[in-house]
Design a protein around this ligand. Structure first.
Ligand code: DGT
Ligand code: CA
Ligand code: CA
Length: 576
């Protein structure tokens, strides 16, 4: 069985979870979290790297110990220390950590006080109103926990887009190697670049369907064959992801791609529109009259399908039945942003705090991407596990950056900070220091469970500080892990606009925060967005594309995004 980077990263995360519950040294926890992130961010597979004699020590933040652990996972599929921790920590306490509002300390308290070991145990205790009897837990928390457990039970299986890519890439390459195969394309929510996908929908054109199907079911990751036919098969992969494969004829390739890209609601709306023109659209083509092959007027390409109903091309990311068909009909579809429009990155970290590359390495990587600027924005003091900067260390970094900037032509390191928004809405460093910077990225890192009113107030109070530029990862969510904070986003957008502040779309595939709806809200009100990677090592600057996908889903154009600007214009925009 091949070990994917996401398997390794998930094992490291589980170790970190369990270490946290057992109140281990926070730096040790951090080391595993960082390693999980490093491995997940690597474009090449660790298993392949090992096979080819690569050296894990070259990965940022991976020392002898962790390098050995990666080898252990690739070779054995598991990790001894994880198994030991699982024996030490009872039941399934780590799944409790995925409930919003439950940190390791509270999980440990629930276990010690009430013997809770599982989600079911948590729900039962909440229903019997036992949780409110524990010190530090109230009635409100109890209700909240119950609601969260129920919400999780309902939510179906999904995986993050970046994890889906790690599976789709090799599978696509594998299928392309089948004799007689012409095209292989992944449609569905994957092609619409949704932040999470429920399953993969693959379309193939080829001479002989049965050959592809045979090869498909022999893919090394297949755990179970659910359906096998000559034109359609479905399998479940190890890890739970389902993949549907369809063989489609060349003449209806465009219609099939359109149909299986979805979304379902978009398709329904499009079909309804076509009906009014006396046309019929399905996965085989666009038809006039009865819909026999002789009546086909389009189908080979998506452009052909859309122009048959008098529409311009609609980008897959916009096909959600959110007004795109009307906009297309009226010629009002925005031209949405592309990765090429991005001129720089406005949120990144270095070794000085919890990043793993040096200032120089980060700048070089940004230059290689063709950027004109990169903002270095370390954590501030209050984020202790990240060794957040105090005034003195920040001033030292400012000097280093000034020196480096002398060496560049057509590139500049922007001096910034990711400053903490404390619970009273103040910023975690004095204004005199913040004033020395070109940019502040301001973020909530604690107190995620305030009421919507309090959280919104806290952020607006922070924006009152004239040093405030960009609100980082505004909703604080971690996809499939931590729910968004309760927040009045409309209000925050309006108040940001009033004060000349901006919101970030954090491009990290675990965050993608703002979501697509928030992006559209901001655009509609005229508030501009920064798309930033929050990179903790030089390779992670490449996560920008995930942010751009999300921005496209939120209909943002080049002009709606501040880091498409030249540096001089950007600096002007940041002046409040
Ligand atoms: P997912 O997999 O849950 O992340 O989302 P999708 O959009 O990939 O949904 P999926 O896999 O169920 O179906 C793939 C595409 O096939 C979907 O986006 C549109 C099309 N499709 C599926 N069922 C229907 C249907 O009943 N009617 C229409 N018009 N299209 C459908
Ligand atoms: Ca799908
Ligand atoms: Ca499907």
């Amino acid at each position: 069985m091949p070990i994917h980077n996401s398997d390794i990263s998930s094992i490291f995360d589980q170790v970190a979870d369990l270490l946290e519950i057992t109140a281990a040294n926070p730096f040790r926890v951090r080391a595993y979290r960082n390693a999980a992130r490093t491995v997940a961010d690597q474009p090449q597979s660790m298993a392949e790297m090992l096979e080819q004699g690569g050296d894990f020590l070259e990965l940022p933040g991976i020392g002898e110990d962790l390098a050995g652990k990666i080898v252990e996972i690739v070779e054995t599929g598991t990790l001894k220390i994880l198994e030991e921790l699982q024996e030490e920590v009872p039941g399934n306490l780590s799944e409790l950590l995925q409930i919003s509002g439950l940190g390791p300390r509270r999980v440990a308290a629930l276990h010690r006080g009430l013997g809770i070991k599982t989600l079911e145990g948590l729900a039962e205790a909440a229903e019997k109103q036992k949780i409110r009897t524990l010190k530090g837990f109230g009635e409100k928390t109890e209700r909240h926990l119950l609601k969260e457990v129920k919400r999780r039970e309902k939510s179906d299986f999904t995986i993050k887009l970046a994890d889906a890519e790690q599976i789709a890439g090799p599978l696509q390459a594998y299928l392309e190697k089948t004799k007689g195969v012409k095209r292989v394309v992944v449609a569905g929510s994957f092609r619409r670049r949704k932040e999470t996908v429920g399953d993969l929908d693959i379309l193939v054109t080829c001479k002989q369907g049965s050959k592809v199907m045979d090869r498909f079911k022999s893919f090394e990751d297949v755990d179970e064959v659910l359906v096998k036919g000559d034109t359609k098969s479905s399998v479940r992969l190890r890890g739970g992801l389902q993949v549907d494969l369809r063989v489609v004829p060349e003449v209806s390739y465009g219609a099939a791609l359109y149909y299986f890209t979805g979304s379902k609601n978009h398709n329904i709306a499009l079909r309804r529109m076509a009906q009014k023109k006396g046309l019929k659209i399905n996965e085989y083509g666009v038809f006039r009259g009865e819909g026999g092959d002789g009546d086909r007027i389009a189908g080979a390409s998506e452009e052909e399908v859309l122009s048959a109903v008098d529409l311009p091309y609609i980008e897959p990311e916009m096909r959600e039945d959110q007004g795109e068909i009307e906009a297309a009909r009226e010629g009002k579809l925005p031209e949405i942003i592309t990765l090429d429009d991005i001129r720089g990155d406005l949120h990144s970290h270095t070794k000085a705090t919890d990043g793993r590359s040096s200032l120089w390495e980060m700048a070089e990587a940004a230059r290689l991407l063709g950027y004109n600027y990169l903002a270095i924005t370390e954590h501030s003091l209050a984020v202790r596990v990240a060794r957040g900067l105090d005034r003195k260390r920040l001033e030292q970094q400012i000097e280093e950056i000034d020196e480096l900037n002398e060496k560049f032509r057509g590139f500049r390191i922007i001096k910034g900070i990711e400053v903490n928004i404390l619970e009273d809405g103040s910023l975690d460093l004095p204004d005199e220091v913040l004033k020395k910077l070109d940019l502040t990225v301001c973020a909530v890192h604690s107190g995620f469970d305030l009421s919507a009113e309090k959280q919104t107030e806290r952020i607006i109070r922070a924006m009152d500080n004239p040093c405030f530029n960009i609100l980082a990862h505004p909703a604080g969510r971690l996809i499939n892990k931590r729910a968004a904070c309760r927040l009045d986003m409309v209000k925050i957008i309006e108040e940001a606009l009033d004060r000349g502040c901006f919101l970030e779309l954090n491009a990290h595939p675990d965050r993608l925060d703002l979501n697509d709806q928030h992006c559209r809200l901001a655009k509609d009100r005229g508030l501009k967005i920064a798309i930033s990677t929050d990179a903790h090592h030089s390779g992670a600057l490449q996560n920008m594309r995930y942010g751009v996908y999300q921005a496209r889903r939120g209909w943002l154009s080049k002009n709606d995004v501040i880091n498409t600007r030249k540096v001089a214009d950007l600096v002007k925009l940041l002046k409040r």
